[in-house]
Design a protein around this ligand. Structure first.
Ligand SMILES: [Zn+2]
Length: 70
């Protein structure tokens, strides 16, 4: 999947971009109607970032997760 942020091509099993760390790959999945896959991917990403790390990418992941869960 091609990252929508940096244009880097990633293997389809990648959870986020290997180049820029963007969680846009999950958003890409969702935009292709693969919401269940995107949701589990995001949940996994989110669970990795325990300990209150507050990054833009984590916020992005959480926002999309909320979006897909709603
Ligand atoms: Zn990227």
């Amino acid at each position: 999947m091609r990252c929508s942020r940096c244009g880097s091509d990633n293997p389809s099993d990648k959870k986020f971009c290997g180049d820029c760390g963007s969680t846009s790959l999950a958003r890409l999945l969702a935009s292709h109607g693969r919401c269940d896959e995107a949701r589990s991917m995001l949940a996994e990403i989110y669970n990795w970032f325990t300990g209150g790390i507050d990054t833009a990418d984590l916020k992005e992941a959480k926002a999309l997760l909320d979006e897909l869960s709603g």
